[in-house]
Design a protein around this ligand. Structure first.
Ligand code: ZN
Length: 201
């Protein structure tokens, strides 16, 4: 990963630093948002967030990505220290157009895993090998990772990143994403306890 540049990024919750990286292999542009001093030995509160244009920017209620992104940034701001890696792997790695094709199949009754499989994709094509060089750039070696996804914890550990704790991120259950969250829990092993999750109006 090649580090390129840093700017200030004011948000409603804190003024973060936004750092740009480019992967020389894929040409993909990734960013990291950081807050506070990450060079100390204390494990860093972290989120590894994969791009979801519909959820992060277009207010989609089909998934929980936008709410997770917001909650993660709020948690980092509240702690005054942390890092969010924003990885450009839309739609669990299948890209925006294919994600919309998968949503179209879901409108006809398929669940999120079946739709990907019917389009000829694995349920999850995300990769996390860019994370370690990005974290190393900031001197971060130990994470307290905000996620509900056990495979993400495993994938980061396989990439040599020490995840010392998992912080649950259970936000934005609503009537449109109930089935999606249940599929993630049942078929993808996500740690959800829907009974514990408050329903948004
Ligand atoms: Zn999403």
């Amino acid at each position: 990963m090649d580090y390129v540049a840093t700017c200030k990024l004011p948000t409603p919750w804190a003024v973060f630093s936004l750092h740009a990286f480019v992967s020389p292999e894929s040409g993909k542009e990734h960013v990291a948002m950081t807050l506070g001093d990450l060079s100390t030995t204390e494990p860093v509160l972290a989120r590894v967030h994969s791009e979801c244009l519909t959820g992060d920017a277009l207010f989609s209620q089909r998934c929980d990505c936008g709410a997770q992104l917001e909650a993660a940034l709020q948690a980092i701001a509240a702690e005054g220290r942390g890092v969010l890696l924003y990885l450009r792997q839309e739609g669990r790695g299948i890209g925006l157009v294919n994600k919309i094709r998968a949503y179209s199949l879901q409108d006809e009754g398929a669940d999120t895993v079946e739709a990907n499989v019917r389009l000829g994709f694995p349920a999850d094509m995300r990769r996390y090998d860019v994370c370690r060089p990005m974290l190393e750039h900031f001197g971060v070696t130990q994470l307290r990772l905000m996620t509900n996804n056990p495979r993400k914890v495993d994938a980061l550990r396989e990439n040599g990143i020490e995840v010392v704790a998992r912080v649950p991120l259970q936000v934005n259950r609503n009537r449109y994403n109930e089935g999606y969250l249940q599929t993630k829990a049942a078929k993808m092993g996500h740690w959800f306890n829907l009974a514990d999750l408050p329903e948004n109006p």
